[in-house]
Design a protein around this ligand. Structure first.
Ligand SMILES: Nc1ncnc2c1ncn2[C@@H]1O[C@H](COP(=O)(O)OP(=O)(O)O)[C@@H](O)[C@H]1O
Ligand SMILES: [Mg+2]
Length: 224
């Protein structure tokens, strides 16, 4: 069964007097345990789509269903705290804080976490290749790949079923990108997450289980 369904999605930006339509009756559906690519050129609406499914933008028409319930009905605030976590191209860590503190702040906000256990934080970071020594450094002193691993650890530990990533490897070299792709795949396989990654890179999209393409002409999202 789909954990996330997009039905009859309409979205437009006001553009001077007129409007710029991004989606018109677009449909998509996502399951746990799979790694999805949303593939589209720059300007095709990828970030707009992610913002809608991550509960960050309410200016859409149609339905976004999380476990069968419209996310506006759940409450976008609550949905963001419990249903979904977001990974960005620029990692979005607090630069002056170390890895563990960055993760703890997010865990404080999330409603999924009942008790915060340092050992579990270290063990997830270690699993992703961040040694204990590195967890004590300011996050700004870590490499891009390391910072993205911390951001991924943060999304694992806040324990949402959906992980949404906007061009997460955009600032990484191709070896590090491939490693991060491998981590996403294992989040789907081993932790039963629904991982949705936006990219303009066909090579990366082909590493995913399912590819959705943004069809700009028809304003639809097409499953390849
Ligand atoms: N706030 C906004 N107001 C008007 N147009 C916007 C706004 N945000 C994005 N757009 C336009 O909508 C289109 C899709 O943007 P976006 O979703 O960011 O695409 P992508 O992430 O695929 O590059 C682009 O043409 C962009 O210029
Ligand atoms: Mg974008």
């Amino acid at each position: 069964m789909a954990i996330l369904e997009v039905r009859n999605l309409n979205y437009f930006y006001k553009d001077g007097e007129g409007k710029r339509i991004i989606f018109e009756k677009a449909e998509a559906s996502f399951e746990q345990g799979l790694f999805y690519a949303i593939l589209g050129e720059s300007g095709s609406g990828k970030t707009t789509f992610l913002s809608v499914i991550a509960g960050q933008d309410s200016r859409y028409e149609g339905e976004v269903l999380f476990k069968g319930q419209e996310i506006k009905q759940i409450g976008l605030d609550k949905y963001r705290r419990t249903g979904v976590s977001m990974i960005y191209q620029n990692y979005n860590l607090i630069n002056n804080y170390n890895a563990v503190d960055n993760i703890k702040i997010a865990m404080d906000i999330s409603e999924n976490v009942t008790k915060i256990n340092d050992d579990e934080i270290y063990s997830v970071l270690e699993e992703l290749g961040i040694s204990k020594e590195k967890t004590r450094r300011k996050s700004s002193s870590l490499s891009g790949g390391e910072q993205q691993r911390v951001a991924i650890a943060r999304s694992i530990l806040t324990d949402s079923d959906i992980i949404v990533a906007d061009e997460p490897t955009g600032n990484l070299d191709s070896n590090t990108s491939d490693e991060v792709m491998g981590i996403f795949k294992s989040l789907a396989r081993e932790r039963n997450k629904c991982v949705i990654m936006v990219t303009h890179n066909e090579r990366l999209a082909e590493m995913c289980d399912v590819i959705y393409t943004l069809d700009q002409e028809n304003k639809k999202i097409v499953r390849a």
